[in-house]
Design a protein around this ligand. Structure first.
Ligand code: PLP
Length: 452
């Protein structure tokens, strides 16, 4: 058995094209509908929010989309990302399983999010856009877009979910260091934010609310476009560099994964790692188990409905067919802020609806327990979001031990948790909250899902 721990690719192996899963899907994606008319939207409806190049990628049926030179050059700052074999975790678990993880925390912002932030900033700059408005949950996306804005000379305004704004002051500092302007959401700077603050002065905020504010900002200004860090097809597309590299790195390791695991908030790191593998499955070239892991506090894939719903709370976004808990649903302030979303990417949802992928939900405390075990064996303090994938990977490894059978596990370590240490402090001092699945509030929010 090889004791090799890191599987590293040369810079020349940064992918030259992103992988678009759409042509390999068993059925075409459901059309996106206009929030007012309920009719399928066209490119012109999205033009106030996004540059045409990204709208083209949103609806593309090409299997491969070339990565522009300046984007690939910016990727050189941190890509290819390393693949690790978790020898020490395996020994601690006393498992016959082999555990691999693809680590995206080596990017300047500390997560996978720059993979799309860089691409989005590039296409906006090419289109003559001067300013980007966006939302952020945990602050990971805001940091990534602030970093990318600095690379391409764009102003960035970030609406940061109130709960994270209070829990993670250093994320805000990092965004400001990169030159972005940051406000807590709901904020008094938009009409929708003011309305929310009047109704719920103590609102912890949510991604749904912050998206509404950022969309309102971008739609109201000629020099500004909107940028989303997850959910949309073009965002998932940009993330596929993760899985394309991982396929090559697993070949270097001489193994094929039996199960591939990633956490899912809006679905972008999950899609980034797994879609290139799922593409092999859909083309009949391989077979894997593919598992999306979400929090019990926001379990869209495991407890939501597969229906048309709004992406935001104010009903400003188009209607998309996805697993949703209802656009009114505001998840408890769990520390994995990036997973506090009521919906799920339409592409990830389609794969779940067709049983091509699996989903499971995990509670906050066992998730942190897994994160701590990982830190004490592998050395990396994981982001609370990523710890969801670690929980599921450890459970797979323990099951392999019970069954006494080998298993090759690959999971996505989407980011580091250096800005989440106050949450780990709560866990270590026995004060970490655990939230039950909020069945009553979900039932109420589901009743507001529009019937299309
Ligand atoms: C944002 C984020 C997530 C969740 O977003 P997805 O689009 O579901 O990937 C997960 N992990 C980290 C580290 C994040 O920053």
């Amino acid at each position: 058995m090889s004791a090799q721990t890191k599987f590293l690719l040369d810079e020349s192996r940064i992918p030259r094209a992103w992988y678009n899963i759409v042509p390999d899907l068993p059925v075409p994606p459901a059309p996106v509908l206009h929030p007012g008319t309920g009719q399928p939207i066209g490119p012109d409806d999205l033009a106030p929010l996004f540059p045409m190049a990204l709208i083209g990628q949103e609806v593309s049926a090409d299997r491969e989309i070339e990565i522009p030179g300046p984007v690939r050059d910016a990727y050189r700052l941190y890509r290819p990302a390393p693949l690790y074999r978790a020898h020490r975790l395996e020994r601690a678990l006393d498992t016959p399983a082999h555990i691999y993880y693809k680590y995206e925390g080596t990017s300047p912002a500390g997560s996978h999010k720059p993979n799309t932030a860089i691409a989005q900033a590039f296409y906006n700059q090419q289109a003559g856009v001067r300013r980007l408005a966006t939302e952020t949950g945990a602050g990971q996306w805001g940091s990534a877009l602030a970093f990318a804005g600095a690379l391409f000379g764009l102003e960035v305004k970030v609406y940061m979910v109130r709960a994270s704004y209070d829990q993670k002051p250093y994320r805000r500092n990092l965004m400001e260091l990169y030159g972005a302007e940051v406000v807590a959401s709901p904020s008094p700077t938009t009409a929708y934010g003011r309305r929310m603050l009047e109704q719920y002065p103590d609102s912890p905020g949510s991604l749904g609310i912050a998206i509404s504010e950022a969309v309102e900002d971008a739609a109201g200004r000629d020099d500004t476009k909107y940028s989303l860090g997850s959910v949309l097809n073009h965002v998932l597309l940009h993330q596929t560099v993760i899985g394309i590299e991982a396929i090559e790195q697993m070949e270097m390791a001489g193994e094929r994964p039996d199960v591939i695991i990633a956490c899912a908030g809006g679905g972008s790191n999950f899609a980034g790692l797994t879609f290139p593998f799922v593409g092999q499955m859909l083309r009949g070239e391989a077979s894997y188990r593919v598992v999306a892991v979400e929090p019990e506090a926001a379990p869209s894939l495991t407890r939501g409905v597969y229906e048309y719903d709004f992406g935001d709370t104010a009903r400003l976004t188009p209607l998309v067919k996805m697993y949703t808990l209802g656009h009114d649903f505001v998840p408890e302030p769990i520390h994995a802020g990036g997973l506090r979303y009521h919906g799920m990417s339409p592409l990830v949802s389609l794969l779940k609806a067709h049983d091509i992928i699996e989903a499971r939900a995990v509670h906050q405390r066992p998730t942190f327990e897994a994160g701590v075990q990982f830190a004490r064996t592998e050395g990396i303090a994981p982001a609370p979001e990523s710890a969801h994938a670690i929980r599921a990977a450890i459970d797979e490894a323990l099951e392999a031990r019970e069954q006494g059978t080998p298993r090759v596990i690959l999971f996505g370590l989407s980011g580091h948790g250096h800005f989440d240490l106050s949450a780990y402090e709560r866990y270590l001092s026995g004060q970490l909250e655990d939230y039950e699945y909020p069945a009553d509030r979900v039932r109420e929010a589901l009743s507001a899902v529009p019937s299309v």
